[in-house]
Design a protein around this ligand. Structure first.
Ligand SMILES: Nc1ncnc2c1ncn2[C@@H]1O[C@H](COP(=O)(O)OP(=O)(O)OP(=O)(O)O)[C@@H](O)[C@H]1O
Length: 309
């Protein structure tokens, strides 16, 4: 049996248009996410990715449809859902420990100070910031600030971690290191993740599933790409996987060509409730079916649905 831990159900978003009427940014999006899985969404600027993430966070409401998290419809922001943005948004007057501890004490109001600091310390250590607990944000590099943001987000044990291009402002070396750490921590903790990225290689390295969104207005989820890389993938080896370039070329081809030319007929033919799950490079049919939760690669070591998240 499959388990839709997070379920985007028929959401659309309309905004008032400048000349009157409304603009539909995206429409009738359906996406299930299993517990413990890492989903990346890719699409051109303006197609509505951040709006989808804000709806998942409860910071914005869909014009139609709903998002269900662990059997409950989202009604607003909650400490069950942590968000990491491109900018770190730390509280500048608090130390590293203070920033993380503030989040922990907001979630568990009955915790003693020692319990709060113990939980905060665990996540500060997990992101490699032991020794920097007493520093304030102004004393930290961009990468260190983002680590604090990650520690703060994960320290409240969210049901889902939402990330909006979290590494895009960092230099390449720091970005790579943080991607490794986020991947390791999410695997270790069974964290469910939804992340926006514009970086195809980042998506292939991090994600179990890569969701392809067409250009707006009236953007749709065109496909879900099932990532064949094993769970124990290593950054330096991912390009050696026999299907790596098939997946990469498929996603790049979508971004360069198909995302723009997705026709009304194509949209009309799409089963919105079950966007096609595709496995580039596999013998035909590349599209393996509509139920995007039931298929997985032969020998895949994707986290089981019974993991905590
Ligand atoms: N409050 C608003 N009022 C009107 N239009 C809005 C509002 N918020 C977003 N939009 C429009 O919705 C569309 C989608 O915006 P969104 O930021 O979600 O796109 P995106 O895919 O995340 O883009 P990017 O990759 O550049 O961050 C854009 O055309 C934007 O102008």
């Amino acid at each position: 049996m499959t388990q839709k831990f997070i379920s985007i159900e028929g959401i659309s978003k309309r905004f008032p248009a400048t000349g009157g009427g409304t603009t539909t940014v995206f429409e009738d999006l359906w996406l299930p996410m299993e517990r413990g899985t890492f989903t990346c969404i890719i699409g051109h600027s303006g197609c509505g990715k951040t709006t989808v993430l804000n709806v998942l966070a409860g910071l914005d409401r869909p014009s139609d449809g709903a998002v269900i998290v662990d059997n409950q419809a989202i009604e607003g922001p909650s400490l069950d859902r942590a968000v990491i943005f491109q900018s770190h948004a730390l509280l500048p007057w608090l130390t590293v420990m203070g920033n993380v501890a503030y989040a922990v004490s907001s979630k568990w109001r009955g915790f003693s100070r020692a319990q709060v600091e113990e939980q905060a310390q665990k996540f500060i250590a997990l992101v490699g910031l032991s020794g920097a607990e007493r520093k304030r944000p102004a004393e930290l590099s961009g990468g260190m600030k983002q680590r604090v943001g990650i520690a703060r987000a994960l320290s409240i044990a969210p049901k889902i971690l939402l990330m909006d291009e979290p590494f895009s402002a960092l230099d390449a070396l720091t970005r790579g290191t943080l991607q490794d750490e986020v991947r390791r921590i999410c695997l270790e903790t069974g964290q469910t993740v939804f992340m926006i990225t514009h970086d195809v290689d980042e998506a292939i390295y991090l994600a179990d599933r890569i969701v392809l969104m067409t250009n707006g207005p009236q953007a749709v989820l065109a496909e879900i790409v099932d990532n064949p890389l094993p769970a124990d993938r290593a950054r330096n080896d991912v390009h050696k996987h026999p299907l790596y370039y098939a997946v990469r070329n498929h996603v790049v081809d979508f971004l360069v060509t198909r995302s723009k030319s997705y026709s009304d007929a194509g949209k009309a033919a799409l089963d919105r409730r079950n966007p096609p799950l595709v496995r580039p490079g596999m013998p035909e049919p590349a599209v393996v079916g509509g139920d995007s939760l039931t298929s997985s690669w032969p020998g895949s070591s994707r986290p089981s649905t019974s993991q905590a998240g």
